[in-house]
Design a protein around this ligand. Structure first.
Ligand SMILES: [Zn+2]
Length: 243
Protein backbone atom coordinates (compact mmCIF):
# COMPACT_ATOMS: atom_id res chain seq x y z
CA UNK A 1 0.00 0.00 0.00
CA UNK A 2 2.73 2.45 0.93
CA UNK A 3 4.42 1.97 -2.43
CA UNK A 4 1.35 3.13 -4.31
CA UNK A 5 0.78 6.28 -2.30
CA UNK A 6 2.79 9.45 -1.74
CA UNK A 7 3.85 8.73 1.82
CA UNK A 8 6.17 11.61 2.50
CA UNK A 9 7.41 10.33 5.86
CA UNK A 10 10.85 11.59 6.74
CA UNK A 11 11.09 13.37 3.40
CA UNK A 12 9.02 16.21 4.77
CA UNK A 13 11.77 17.00 7.23
CA UNK A 14 14.03 17.77 4.29
CA UNK A 15 11.62 19.39 1.84
CA UNK A 16 8.55 21.56 2.13
CA UNK A 17 5.54 19.24 2.02
CA UNK A 18 4.22 20.66 -1.22
CA UNK A 19 7.58 19.88 -2.83
CA UNK A 20 7.48 16.37 -1.44
CA UNK A 21 3.95 15.95 -2.76
CA UNK A 22 4.98 17.20 -6.18
CA UNK A 23 7.58 14.46 -6.19
CA UNK A 24 4.88 11.96 -5.22
CA UNK A 25 2.80 13.22 -8.11
CA UNK A 26 -0.76 12.70 -6.89
CA UNK A 27 -2.90 12.93 -3.78
CA UNK A 28 -4.64 9.65 -3.14
CA UNK A 29 -8.05 10.80 -1.89
CA UNK A 30 -10.71 11.75 -4.44
CA UNK A 31 -12.94 13.09 -1.66
CA UNK A 32 -12.63 16.85 -2.13
CA UNK A 33 -14.05 19.76 -4.10
CA UNK A 34 -13.51 23.49 -4.57
CA UNK A 35 -13.65 25.72 -1.52
CA UNK A 36 -16.96 27.58 -1.67
CA UNK A 37 -17.29 31.32 -2.25
CA UNK A 38 -13.56 31.71 -2.78
CA UNK A 39 -12.83 30.81 0.83
CA UNK A 40 -9.30 30.09 1.95
CA UNK A 41 -8.28 28.19 5.08
CA UNK A 42 -8.42 30.19 8.33
CA UNK A 43 -8.70 27.23 10.72
CA UNK A 44 -6.91 23.93 11.30
CA UNK A 45 -9.12 21.13 12.64
CA UNK A 46 -7.44 18.24 14.49
CA UNK A 47 -9.05 14.79 14.42
CA UNK A 48 -8.29 11.25 15.39
CA UNK A 49 -9.27 8.36 13.15
CA UNK A 50 -10.90 6.20 15.89
CA UNK A 51 -9.42 3.17 14.14
CA UNK A 52 -6.67 0.83 15.30
CA UNK A 53 -5.06 0.54 11.89
CA UNK A 54 -3.67 3.55 10.02
CA UNK A 55 -3.69 1.75 6.66
CA UNK A 56 -7.37 0.92 7.10
CA UNK A 57 -8.07 4.54 8.03
CA UNK A 58 -6.29 5.66 4.87
CA UNK A 59 -8.44 3.33 2.78
CA UNK A 60 -11.58 4.86 4.33
CA UNK A 61 -10.31 8.40 3.70
CA UNK A 62 -9.55 7.53 0.06
CA UNK A 63 -12.69 5.51 -0.76
CA UNK A 64 -15.07 7.55 -2.95
CA UNK A 65 -18.01 5.69 -1.39
CA UNK A 66 -17.30 7.10 2.09
CA UNK A 67 -17.20 10.75 1.00
CA UNK A 68 -14.80 11.56 3.87
CA UNK A 69 -11.23 12.74 3.73
CA UNK A 70 -8.71 15.10 5.31
CA UNK A 71 -5.74 17.00 3.97
CA UNK A 72 -3.26 14.96 6.00
CA UNK A 73 -3.09 11.64 7.80
CA UNK A 74 -0.32 11.08 10.36
CA UNK A 75 0.60 7.51 11.30
CA UNK A 76 1.80 6.42 14.74
CA UNK A 77 5.33 6.06 13.28
CA UNK A 78 5.24 9.74 12.26
CA UNK A 79 4.82 9.27 8.53
CA UNK A 80 2.68 12.02 7.02
CA UNK A 81 0.50 11.33 3.98
CA UNK A 82 -0.95 14.27 2.09
CA UNK A 83 -4.38 13.03 0.97
CA UNK A 84 -5.87 16.23 -0.47
CA UNK A 85 -4.17 19.42 -1.74
CA UNK A 86 -4.38 22.24 0.79
CA UNK A 87 -6.18 24.55 -1.61
CA UNK A 88 -9.05 22.07 -2.02
CA UNK A 89 -12.05 21.52 0.26
CA UNK A 90 -11.50 18.18 2.03
CA UNK A 91 -14.54 16.55 3.62
CA UNK A 92 -13.53 16.17 7.27
CA UNK A 93 -15.55 18.49 9.47
CA UNK A 94 -19.23 17.85 8.76
CA UNK A 95 -21.94 19.69 10.64
CA UNK A 96 -20.79 22.40 13.05
CA UNK A 97 -19.56 25.96 13.26
CA UNK A 98 -16.85 28.20 14.67
CA UNK A 99 -17.72 31.84 15.29
CA UNK A 100 -19.58 33.05 12.21
CA UNK A 101 -18.22 30.24 10.00
CA UNK A 102 -20.72 27.51 9.18
CA UNK A 103 -19.03 25.70 6.27
CA UNK A 104 -15.94 24.64 8.18
CA UNK A 105 -14.67 22.45 5.35
CA UNK A 106 -14.37 25.49 3.08
CA UNK A 107 -12.45 27.38 5.74
CA UNK A 108 -10.09 24.78 7.17
CA UNK A 109 -7.25 22.33 6.81
CA UNK A 110 -8.11 18.93 8.33
CA UNK A 111 -5.52 16.70 9.94
CA UNK A 112 -6.34 13.12 10.92
CA UNK A 113 -4.17 11.51 13.61
CA UNK A 114 -4.10 7.73 13.59
CA UNK A 115 -5.33 6.86 17.06
CA UNK A 116 -8.06 4.68 18.54
CA UNK A 117 -9.25 7.39 20.90
CA UNK A 118 -8.27 5.24 23.89
CA UNK A 119 -4.49 4.94 23.62
CA UNK A 120 -1.97 7.76 24.09
CA UNK A 121 -0.88 9.54 20.92
CA UNK A 122 2.41 8.05 19.75
CA UNK A 123 5.46 10.28 20.29
CA UNK A 124 6.59 10.14 16.61
CA UNK A 125 3.05 11.12 15.56
CA UNK A 126 3.13 14.18 17.84
CA UNK A 127 6.61 15.09 16.59
CA UNK A 128 5.36 14.88 13.00
CA UNK A 129 2.31 17.02 13.81
CA UNK A 130 4.58 19.66 15.35
CA UNK A 131 6.72 19.55 12.18
CA UNK A 132 3.69 19.77 9.88
CA UNK A 133 1.73 22.60 11.51
CA UNK A 134 4.18 25.51 11.17
CA UNK A 135 4.18 25.27 7.36
CA UNK A 136 0.38 25.16 7.21
CA UNK A 137 0.00 28.13 9.56
CA UNK A 138 2.60 30.07 7.60
CA UNK A 139 1.25 29.27 4.12
CA UNK A 140 -2.28 30.39 5.02
CA UNK A 141 -1.51 33.02 7.70
CA UNK A 142 -3.48 31.08 10.32
CA UNK A 143 -2.81 32.23 13.91
CA UNK A 144 -2.26 29.58 16.63
CA UNK A 145 -5.63 30.23 18.29
CA UNK A 146 -7.31 29.06 15.07
CA UNK A 147 -5.98 25.50 15.56
CA UNK A 148 -9.00 23.72 17.06
CA UNK A 149 -10.32 20.23 17.71
CA UNK A 150 -13.17 18.59 15.84
CA UNK A 151 -14.99 18.54 19.20
CA UNK A 152 -14.72 22.35 19.43
CA UNK A 153 -16.71 22.97 16.27
CA UNK A 154 -19.14 20.06 16.75
CA UNK A 155 -19.94 19.81 20.49
CA UNK A 156 -22.25 16.96 21.39
CA UNK A 157 -21.52 15.26 18.06
CA UNK A 158 -17.73 14.77 18.04
CA UNK A 159 -15.20 14.19 20.81
CA UNK A 160 -11.94 14.00 18.86
CA UNK A 161 -9.04 14.58 19.40
CA UNK A 162 -10.15 13.83 22.96
CA UNK A 163 -8.89 14.45 26.49
CA UNK A 164 -5.55 12.73 25.88
CA UNK A 165 -4.42 15.10 23.15
CA UNK A 166 -1.45 17.24 24.22
CA UNK A 167 -2.73 20.77 23.53
CA UNK A 168 -0.17 22.13 26.00
CA UNK A 169 2.67 20.86 23.85
CA UNK A 170 1.23 22.58 20.79
CA UNK A 171 0.78 25.78 22.79
CA UNK A 172 4.38 25.66 24.02
CA UNK A 173 5.48 25.50 20.39
CA UNK A 174 3.21 28.40 19.37
CA UNK A 175 0.93 26.04 17.44
CA UNK A 176 -2.23 26.41 19.58
CA UNK A 177 -3.29 28.35 22.66
CA UNK A 178 -4.17 27.49 26.24
CA UNK A 179 -6.03 29.63 28.78
CA UNK A 180 -4.37 31.71 31.49
CA UNK A 181 -7.20 32.28 33.96
CA UNK A 182 -7.14 35.36 36.14
CA UNK A 183 -8.64 35.56 39.65
CA UNK A 184 -11.78 33.44 39.99
CA UNK A 185 -14.93 35.47 39.34
CA UNK A 186 -18.33 34.71 40.84
CA UNK A 187 -19.84 31.91 38.77
CA UNK A 188 -22.42 33.11 36.29
CA UNK A 189 -23.91 30.64 33.80
CA UNK A 190 -24.98 33.26 31.28
CA UNK A 191 -21.52 34.87 31.34
CA UNK A 192 -19.96 31.45 30.74
CA UNK A 193 -22.27 30.77 27.80
CA UNK A 194 -21.50 34.20 26.35
CA UNK A 195 -17.74 33.71 26.73
CA UNK A 196 -17.88 30.30 25.02
CA UNK A 197 -19.83 31.77 22.08
CA UNK A 198 -17.32 34.61 21.83
CA UNK A 199 -14.43 32.10 21.63
CA UNK A 200 -16.22 30.52 18.69
CA UNK A 201 -18.18 27.61 20.16
CA UNK A 202 -21.56 26.97 18.53
CA UNK A 203 -24.64 28.50 20.11
CA UNK A 204 -25.84 25.34 21.84
CA UNK A 205 -26.98 24.62 25.42
CA UNK A 206 -24.22 25.00 28.01
CA UNK A 207 -24.41 21.35 29.00
CA UNK A 208 -23.55 20.47 25.39
CA UNK A 209 -20.78 23.02 24.84
CA UNK A 210 -19.04 22.89 28.23
CA UNK A 211 -17.89 19.25 27.88
CA UNK A 212 -16.26 20.18 24.54
CA UNK A 213 -14.54 23.18 26.11
CA UNK A 214 -13.31 21.03 28.98
CA UNK A 215 -11.90 18.36 26.64
CA UNK A 216 -9.26 20.97 25.83
CA UNK A 217 -9.03 23.16 28.87
CA UNK A 218 -10.01 20.94 31.84
CA UNK A 219 -9.61 17.42 30.46
CA UNK A 220 -11.37 14.67 32.41
CA UNK A 221 -13.01 17.10 34.84
CA UNK A 222 -16.67 16.21 35.22
CA UNK A 223 -17.93 18.43 38.04
CA UNK A 224 -20.68 21.02 37.71
CA UNK A 225 -19.95 24.24 35.81
CA UNK A 226 -18.00 26.56 38.08
CA UNK A 227 -15.95 29.72 38.45
CA UNK A 228 -12.80 28.14 36.98
CA UNK A 229 -14.67 27.31 33.77
CA UNK A 230 -15.75 30.94 33.64
CA UNK A 231 -12.24 32.24 34.32
CA UNK A 232 -10.72 30.02 31.61
CA UNK A 233 -13.36 30.92 29.05
CA UNK A 234 -13.27 34.63 29.88
CA UNK A 235 -9.51 34.74 29.31
CA UNK A 236 -9.79 33.08 25.88
CA UNK A 237 -12.82 35.15 24.88
CA UNK A 238 -10.97 38.33 25.78
CA UNK A 239 -7.74 37.45 23.95
CA UNK A 240 -9.05 35.42 21.01
CA UNK A 241 -12.64 36.30 20.07
CA UNK A 242 -13.69 34.52 16.87
CA UNK A 243 -14.98 36.72 14.05
ZN1 LIG B 1 -13.01 14.14 13.58
Amino acid sequence: MATALPVVGTLHRLLPLHAANALGGTFPSPNHGPRRDGASPSLVVIHYTAMADCAAAQRVLCDPATEVSAHYLIAPNGSVTALVPEDRRAWHAGRGSWGSLMDINSHSIGIELSNTGFAPFAAPLMDALCDLLPGILSRWSIPPHRVIGHSDMAPGRKIDPGPGFDWARLAKSGLAVTANPGPLPAYDASALGAALRLIGYPDLPLDTVLPAFRLRHRPRYGGPADALDLALATDLAHRFPAP
